[in-house]
Design a protein around this ligand. Sequence first.
Ligand SMILES: Nc1ncnc2c1ncn2[C@@H]1O[C@H](COP(=O)(O)OP(=O)(O)O)[C@@H](O)[C@H]1O
Ligand SMILES: [Mg+2]
Length: 266
Amino acid sequence: MGNVISFCSGKGGVGKTTLVANLGCLIAQNHRKTLLIDGDWNLGKLNISLGAKSFATWDGILSKSYSLKEAIQQLDDNLFFIASPSGKLGLEEMTPDLRSQIFFELEGVIKDYDHILFDHSSGINLSVLDFAAASQQHVIVTTPEPTSYTDAYAIMKLLSRKYAVKEFLLLVMMSREQMQTQGVMDRFLSVVYQQLNVKVNLMGIIPWDARFSEAIFKRNAFVNMFPSDPLTYQLRKISEAILEQDVQIKTGLQFSSEAYAYKEAI
Ligand SMILES: Nc1ncnc2c1ncn2[C@@H]1O[C@H](COP(=O)(O)OP(=O)(O)O)[C@@H](O)[C@H]1O
Ligand SMILES: [Mg+2]
């Protein structure tokens, strides 16, 4: 059964899509069959960071123009991708039925992959929370700024209180100064532990680096453009550490419960 790893943040522009693209490439290069899902349902752009096309997207899958299997693009030996549409209406306010249909579709393919990385949209709504809660691992992305970790706190609060998710992995992006960021995160985590009954594992602090943007301009992942860079080494270590974590099989929704609800209904 594929291990589904969610990347969410609440706040936009903190580096979720950048992380999914780069960690996804590294996990695939490590001989694990990896599927990257663009879950930014109507502002899809993970394709840009991967240099992939977006000819087949979730809206076409859901309207049955093509099957999910037909929409999955193979980008490399072990790297696969499902795109989301950009600027199309229909998925912006997702009904429970539509969410169940997506669960049902995913249920049919996740067993074919070792790891599935789910790039969520920004904001906090059921189209983020339901899918995040169903995942086995929950990566929360933040920057060192208070506006960003306030949203990280909000999403952990909702996932823990509403969906009983009790373990999170935290990744800090765009750090300008390592020691200062570490101090900010120490204080943040002590508040999280006091207020929410959860376990949070800080997996890494990734520096601010203009080359992430350079890579997007080239429509390529940073780790592919700079394979021998120390930052690629750091991201590789983080990808390995994420896969070494104990996976929460028992918490959250799990994909199947929603999928079965859909199957019953059709
Ligand atoms: N560590 C970083 N240093 C500098 N810029 C970054 C870093 N990570 C991401 N970026 C830039 O920030 C912008 C937003 O990143 P993105 O991954 O799209 O965020 P999100 O998916 O959370 O909205 C992009 O232009 C990207 O190039
Ligand atoms: Mg994004």
